[in-house]
Design a protein around this ligand. Structure first.
Ligand code: NAD
Ligand code: DAU
Length: 354
């Protein structure tokens, strides 16, 4: 049996592929466009592994998708492929509409045709798992209850609006055509292989480079953090035991203000790789202009996946963030490789410094 994974050279997708191939016999066909966020070096340890078939391509390429589905006949498709960075969606929403909405539509059409061609036994076992986000639910007030699966959609950024649109298409393909879909809504991930445009890896690499640690606004925005390997185990649980047509929120009950996250990173670096002058990395924290339309608080109610599928995260924030900081300290080559010309251009545009 085979899985088709899209976006499997990105942060969560590559963690998923690596974990899957370490634990299961099934092969993975990994379709990735290799945008700035996709990185074949994430998958370097799979070189020569016959069960990993990497295909460089776009989920919007219907001919390629049709051919891949016909050739490999996957029992499931897991859709990670997306433009994923909120700040980039604010500067240029076009790519988000193209991949997250039009690309998902193209993927759905090809999967619908493939699924329709399967024999009854295979057809009933087939699954499309669409990886969505908690951001589609919008922003919570300080006293609001955490997002349940019934929370209304209220996306606030071009990124979250494009993810919401893709969720609606996935839902409609189930409702209209009976396509066996599953959708997950996870909170903020962190861990190894995280591209250093996102908060935690950006802080780790900037701190070591002696650069400012840019905190947006007052730094009191709240995110709900989950170690990436726990997200991957949740996806495996949903794929194997999830009820077709259902959505599952994924999170570790781990809300923290951004400033507290930045302090944790600084304190770990102070312990593991102190600055030569003995001063804390906290001294590099710099308050910068806030993100336009910045969502104040996300929080996931993970009761459903815990109750119905028996899933629970393994890492606490304290164990996960220590592993993460240590991973970046142990992989300076990976960091140097991703900080290519394109990365430097982004930093210059967003933060006005190289
Ligand atoms: P990422 O940006 O690190 O990786 C995205 C991957 O998709 C990259 O490898 C990229 O090359 C690929 N890709 C982009 N456009 C493509 C296209 N048109 N065709 C094929 N491949 C394409 O993102 P991530 O953080 O790994 O997120 C993966 C998924 O999980 C996304 O759908 C995102 O919305 C969702 N998600 C992310 C988080 C998080 O905290 N990072 C939390 C919840 C949900
Ligand atoms: O909630 C899930 C989402 O989490 C995913 O759907 C997105 O793909 C993923 O990128 C992430 O979105 P966020 O916008 O929450 O993540 P980011 O790391 O960009 O920012 C986290 C918080 O930190 C947010 O409140 C903005 C703030 N921030 C971010 C950066 C990059 C800063 O204060 N300074 C920064 O330089």
């Amino acid at each position: 049996m085979t899985l088709l994974v899209t976006g499997g050279a990105g942060f969560i997708g590559s963690n998923f592929v690596l974990d899957w191939l370490a634990a299961a016999d099934e092969a993975i066909v990994n379709l990735d466009k290799l945008t700035y966020a996709g990185n074949v070096h994430n998958l370097a340890s799979l070189q020569g592994n016959q069960r990993h078939i990497f295909v460089h391509g776009d989920i919007g390429d219907t001919a390629l998708l049709g051919a891949l589905l016909a050739k490999h006949r996957p029992r499931a498709v897991i859709n990670f492929a997306a433009e994923s960075h909120v700040d980039r969606s604010i500067l240029g929403p076009g790519a988000f509409i193209e991949t997250n909405i039009v690309g998902t539509f193209a993927l759905l059409e090809q999967i619908r045709a493939y699924w329709g061609s399967l024999a009854q036994g295979e057809k009933s076992k087939f699954r499309l798992l669409h990886v969505s986000t908690d951001e589609v639910y919008g922003s919570l007030g300080a006293q609001d209850s955490a997002f349940t699966e019934e929370h209304r959609y209220e996306p606030n950024s071009p990124y979250s609006a494009s993810k919401a649109a893709s969720d609606h298409l996935v839902r409609a393909y189930h409702h209209t055509y009976g396509l066996p879909v599953l959708t997950t809504h996870c909170s903020n991930n962190y861990g190894p292989l995280h591209f250093p445009e996102k908060l935690i890896p950006l802080m780790i690499v900037n701190a070591q480079a002696g650069k400012p640690l840019p905190v947006y606004g007052d730094g009191q925005q709240i995110r709900d953090w989950l170690y990436v390997k726990d997200h991957c185990s949740a996806i495996r649980a949903v794929l194997e035991r999830g009820q077709v047509g259902e959505t599952y929120n994924v999170g570790g009950w781990n809300e923290k203000p951004n400033l507290e996250i930045v302090h944790s990173v600084c304190d770990l670096l102070d312990e593991l790789k102190p600055r030569a002058d003995g001063v804390s990395y906290r001294q590099q924290i710099t308050y910068v202009t806030d993100r336009p339309g910045h969502d104040r608080r996300y929080a996931i109610d993970a009761s459903k996946i815990e109750r119905d599928l028996g899933w629970k995260p393994v890492e606490t924030f304290e164990t996960g963030i220590r592993k993460t900081v240590q991973w970046y300290l142990d992989h300076p080559d990976w960091v140097a490789q991703v900080q290519s010309g394109a990365y430097r251009e982004w930093v210059a545009t967003q933060y006005g410094q190289a």
